[in-house]
Design a protein around this ligand. Structure first.
Ligand code: TXA
Ligand code: MG
Length: 314
């Protein structure tokens, strides 16, 4: 279904146009503070199905549903005291919570991929907030990239991957956080880490006053956590201190390369630069080597994405 992808800005008229496109059941890519999302009305099955088609996603993984505020989120799920603590601390922001759905939620079953839970997020980005308020409904949105490829942190990244496959992209500049949201589920009273992301595990544990469980020893399922993902075309070698042969080295801190995620060794800056630098190295072609990234704070989410970029593909 080739068509022209409309390029919209974040002014009032463009936001109204983007909301209209969503109401018509078509796809709009929009910025969040983590990455650009590929949005569809979460109540319209055909619109949600079009997300999978545009991304070339092989299977129906559950999608995150974006809403404007905590009150709207509460109207879809069975809310809990732990969810409330996390919402108060981190919403709006780069956190997704997976909670049991209420009856009569009105969302397309394709959004949940048949599960009885749903991932909800209240994004902080002003353009995302404005779009959600204009649209006045739930927006299902995975990252706006072809399945398995590097996530988009600019509208240019979105166009490079999906031009002609989606109705519109709302351009409001680069994403400040740069890695996807942290996903937390619940196993009874225990909070479970389903995906590392823009809120650090340390900050969540401080807020909850308890350690997070890993999903590998919990009863809940974490679909869609494929090992090969975020992949550039070239191979990726991790924990490199120098480039070998034709490799391009992606540096961090004092280990410098053709690009550096953060010359000062700042993990927030490195997260914000991660996908943009990988897109640039992808465009240069050839194998990629990456300097070691410390395993704390946002470094955990960065290492998670790098491990999957380096994972064997088939
Ligand atoms: O930052 C982000 O989270 C971005 C922006 C656009 O908001 N979105 C994003 O969506 O990364 P996506 O589709 O790539 O992440 C969906 C993942 C699924 O693959 C799954 O791991 C988890 O969220 N998920 C969603 N609903 C779930 C559920 N009911 N149970 C378990 N995991 C779920
Ligand atoms: Mg993604």
């Amino acid at each position: 279904m080739p068509h022209q992808t409309e390029r919209l800005s974040a002014d009032t008229a463009s936001l109204a146009r983007a909301a209209e496109i969503l109401r018509n059941g078509a796809l709009v890519a929009f910025p969040t503070e983590t990455v650009y999302g590929l949005g569809a009305d979460a109540r319209q099955g055909e619109a949600v199905a079009a997300i999978y088609a545009a991304k070339g996603r092989p299977s129906f993984n559950p999608l995150i549903v974006h809403v404007a505020d905590t009150a709207t989120a509460q109207s879809y799920v069975q809310w809990t005291p732990q969810a409330d603590k996390l919402a108060q601390a981190f919403w709006p922001g780069p956190l997704t919570m997976v909670l049991p759905l209420q009856a009569n939620h009105g969302l397309s079953p394709l959004v949940t991929a048949g599960l009885h839970t749903i991932g909800l997020r209240v994004p902080a980005h002003p353009a995302a907030q404005a779009l959600l308020r204009q649209f006045n409904g739930p927006v299902a949105a995975p990252s706006a990239n072809p399945s398995g490829r590097i996530s988009p942190t600019t509208a240019q990244h979105v166009m490079a991957g999906l031009n002609g496959r989606i109705a519109a992209v709302l351009d409001d500049g680069p994403c400040a956080v740069g890695v996807e949201s942290t996903i937390i589920g619940f196993d009874g009273p225990h909070a479970v880490l389903l995906r590392q992301g823009g809120v650090s595990l340390e900050d969540i544990e401080v807020t909850l006053g308890a350690a997070l469980r890993s999903h590998t020893n919990s009863a809940i399922t974490a679909p869609g956590q494929l090992s090969s993902h975020y992949a550039p075309r070239g191979t990726v070698r991790l924990n490199a201190t120098t480039a070998e042969d034709s490799e391009h080295l992606l540096g961090f801190g004092a280990i410098d390369g053709i690009l550096n995620l953060s010359p000062s060794g700042n993990l927030a800056e490195a997260a914000a630069n991660l996908f943009g630098h990988l897109h640039l190295l992808d465009a240069m072609g050839g194998p990629i080597a990456v300097a070691p990234i410390p395993m704390h704070g946002l470094g955990r989410a960065i290492n998670d994405r790098l491990n999957r970029a380096a994972a064997p593909r088939d």
